[in-house]
Design a protein around this ligand. Structure first.
Ligand code: DHK
Length: 146
């Protein structure tokens, strides 16, 4: 069975392609899901791609990933900057975690410069657009290669 990588997306990313395209681009989340699924086939892994606007839902999915996923790619969106709960949930997960931001958060407002999730993440990709998801997927796949 191919190893499973959970790709999690936080609040407002369901509007990707429509909201602030000058910041986040014109691709939709469905486009990103398709690109991840195509790359996953090449890498011999399975991708489980999800989005929620609710912190508790994201936390429940991270808990479920314990024992069912080999690694996590996460764009926590605004929860990056606010959520100790998401940090704690990720800290209870044993596999590699790569944090992704579509925009370069360091070029933006000061409040986006701090990430709670980075205290747990094994790697962080920011400012590479939606291609960041593919870079993150490659990294998790290589870290989990047996
Ligand atoms: C997405 C968001 O929704 C913001 O709240 C983050 C992140 C940045 C991104 O670049 O993907 O600050």
């Amino acid at each position: 069975m191919p190893r499973k990588i959970l790709v999690l997306n936080g609040p407002n990313l369901n509007l990707l392609g429509q909201r602030q395209p000058e910041v986040y681009g014109r691709e939709t989340l469905a486009d990103v899901d398709r690109a991840c699924t195509t790359l996953a086939a090449e890498l011999g892994v399975e991708v489980d791609f999800r989005q929620s606007n609710h912190e508790g839902q994201l936390i429940d999915w991270i808990h479920e990933a314990r024992g069912s996923a080999s690694g996590i790619v996460i764009n926590p969106a605004a929860y990056t900057h606010t959520s100790v709960a998401l940090l704690d949930a990720l800290s209870a997960f044993d596999g590699p975690v790569i944090e992704v931001h579509i925009s370069n958060v360091h070029k933006r407002e000061d409040f986006r410069h701090h990430s709670f999730v980075s205290l747990r993440a094994d790697g962080v990709i920011a400012g590479c657009g939606t291609e960041g998801y593919l870079l993150a997927l490659r990294r998790v796949a290589s870290l989990t290669r047996g």
